[in-house]
Write a protein that binds this ligand. Structure first.
Ligand code: B12
Length: 145
């Protein structure tokens, strides 16, 4: 099963969303390394290298996501890493159109940019698609060969 590194970037201390994501991803069978809140770019990069992460999920709620994520993909590349990268939470300040926000973070290198309030199931389904894995099959389901 795929390995996921996740955390809340910068000085952001909003812990609830990332904790829910951690448990949902673990329940879905992913190998999850939650770096928690107030995680620096270099801590993300070091953890991604240490755990050979397939995907890195960045959360930001407090309105400074753009500044905190600037140069993040350069740091990953400098470490020779190219994981799938997602960012989500509450990525802007004010009433900005989400499509504008999405384009900005896509231009920064994120593979996917998630709207405020994205449910964990959406992240799980998308990870399965992006990592080209089949969803885990419950034990009682007989799979015909
Ligand atoms: C609780 C809360 C706090 C608590 C946090 C306690 C804690 N340790 O967690 C306290 C009181 C400390 C706090 C402080 C601040 N907060 Co606050 N806070 C909130 C509040 C009310 C709820 C956040 C929450 O827990 N939501 C519940 C969880 C389950 O939802 P979630 O975090 O959105 O996560 C879900 C999804 O978004 C998604 N998700 C999240 N990240 C990611 C990442 C990926 C990759 C994916 C796929 C999905 C995903 O998955 C989760 C599960 O569904 C929100 C308002 C709101 N209603 O959202 C404001 C809010 C986030 N806070 C805000 C602000 C401004 C602050 C402060 C800067 C205020 C201040 N001036 O001091 C500080 C920042 C302090 C810091 N260093 O971080 C603003 C941010 C504004 C913005 N972005 O434009 C908000 C939106 C309030 C507002 N309307 O103004 N806050």
């Amino acid at each position: 099963m795929a390995t996921i590194v996740l955390g809340v970037i910068g000085s952001d201390a909003h812990v609830v969303g990332i904790t829910i994501l951690e448990h949902a991803l673990e329940d879905a069978g992913f190998d999850v390394h939650n770096l928690g809140v107030q995680t620096s770019q270099s801590e993300f990069v070091d953890a991604a290298a240490e755990h050979d992460a397939d995907a890195v999920l960045v959360s930001s709620l407090y309105g400074h996501a753009q500044q905190d994520c600037e140069g993040f993909h350069d740091e990953l590349a400098a470490a020779g890493l190219d994981p799938v990268t997602y960012v989500g939470g509450n990525l802007s300040v004010g009433q900005e159109e989400f499509e504008t926000v999405r384009q900005r973070f896509r231009a920064m290198g994120f593979d996917r940019v998630f709207e405020p309030g994205t449910q964990p199931e959406v992240a799980i389904t998308t990870l399965h698609e992006d990592l080209e894995e089949t969803a885990s099959v419950p034990e009682h389901v007989v799979v015909e060969q």
